[in-house]
Design a protein around this ligand. Structure first.
Ligand code: F3S
Length: 390
């Protein structure tokens, strides 16, 4: 790989041990994927933040980086942690877990990373532009950044994203290169797709069939950013989609002539939703996977206003979005109905199973997959208005 003078000095250890080790990680990745050079990134999103997912080994790795003088060179944000930093006691997070989680967050803070713990940094902190190179690590944020914003990022892992943040560069391969951003898999949508649960089911179905390809959708008449984030998140969870196109909606549309075509019908929508749900009554309903926008919080507030929910209700969001919801009185409406607006964390990365929940409702294709697979939950899947028990 060809390195610039400053990249070479990082690799040679002239800028300290943390930089040297990080450059080593990036070089190893570059070699595996055939990158010819490094490329500067304008922002990084680091995953591996919840103590539930990284455990003691991850915490030790972070401490080691801090000890070696790790400091980030570009604006860097965190994925959701395992708890709301302000409401963890009210959430009934076990104390030992909270202690470890605080140590993880402190380690990241010492490296100069913003404490924005969210999978939707593009809603609150940073919106990369078309063609901008970034290194993001949370799968739904990656799909959104590549597809809806037109930025360029690979699916980074926790260590490679952190290394990119410390060095300010990433190996130039995969979705950083135009030739890998072409779709050869067209999905013709032949039914109405309206709610987040609809887009989540569509994404779930497509993710299972796309393999590593970039899906291109035709037939979607309209889709807000909230719907596109639901679509991308589901595809990234049931498959490994990192880039998709929607004809007439996403800023880019690059499809190969002779691409394979599949059709998604009303029947596919129905069978996918049936597959994702169970007939139980949820103990907890979770909205906000990916983290809820202010419009999504408003939707929940509208549904529960003046009512009492008969199960626990969490709306998971970024702290800045929660602050907006607090100001607009939406949090108060949801709390009055018996729910909570929760920041910094989500239903999947908090220790849900340790907190006694067994049946959880959601309107997200991604949450449906991970609640079942990673959190031992029975899942109730559907539109917000249908799953919130009033
Ligand atoms: Fe975000 Fe958690 Fe879903 S990280 S995408 S809310 S699983």
């Amino acid at each position: 790989m060809e390195l610039s003078k400053s990249e070479q000095s990082m690799y040679d250890g002239e800028l300290g041990e943390a930089c040297r080790q990080s450059m080593e990680i990036l070089m190893a990745l570059g070699k595996i994927y055939g990158a010819k050079n490094m490329i500067p990134v304008t922002s990084v999103q680091v995953a591996g933040v919840s103590y539930k997912t990284i455990g003691d080994a991850g915490l030790e790795y972070l401490m080691e980086n801090v000890k070696n003088g790790a400091k980030v060179k570009v604006p860097t944000f965190l994925n959701p942690a395992g708890m709301d930093r302000e409401q963890w006691q009210e959430m009934k997070i076990p104390e030992q877990f909270a202690k470890k989680q605080i140590e993880v967050l402190d380690a990241y803070a010492k490296m100069g990373i913003s404490m924005t713990c969210t999978c939707t940094p593009y809603l609150v902190e940073i919106r990369p532009k078309v063609g901008e190179h970034i290194a993001w690590a949370e799968s739904s944020a990656i799909a959104f950044a590549n597809s809806v914003l037109g930025a360029r990022t690979n699916r980074e892992g926790g260590p490679s994203a952190l290394a990119a943040a410390i060095c300010g560069v990433t190996p130039n391969y995969g979705l950083h290169l135009d030739e890998n951003r072409i779709s050869d898999f067209v999905v013709k949508v032949n039914c109405d797709v309206k709610s987040n649960a609809d887009f989540g089911a569509l994404g779930y179905w497509v993710g299972e069939r796309a393999n590593a390809r970039n899906p291109a959708f035709v037939g979607i008449k309209s889709a807000s950013e909230d719907r596109l984030k639901a679509l991308g998140a589901a595809m990234a969870a049931s498959g490994s989609t990192a880039l998709f196109y929607v004809k007439g909606i996403t800023p880019e549309w690059k499809v190969k002539t002779g691409a394979e075509e599949v059709e998604f019908t009303k029947k596919d929508m129905q069978t996918t939703k049936e597959k994702l749900t169970s007939p139980e009554k949820p103990q907890l309903v979770t909205i906000g996977c990916p983290h809820a926008s202010i419009d999504e919080i408003m939707e929940v507030a509208g549904i529960v206003k003046g009512k009492k929910v008969t199960c626990d209700l969490w709306v998971c969001t970024a702290r800045k979005t929660k602050e907006k919801a607090d100001k607009e009185g939406l949090t108060a409406v949801i709390e009055k109905a018996g729910g909570r607006v929760i920041a910094d964390t989500c239903m999947v990365v908090c220790p849900l199973e340790e907190m006694g929940y067994k049946v959880t409702g959601c309107n997200s294709g991604k949450a449906a997959k991970y609640l079942a697979n990673l959190c031992k939950q029975k899942v109730v899947y559907g539109d917000v208005g249908d799953i919130i028990c009033k």
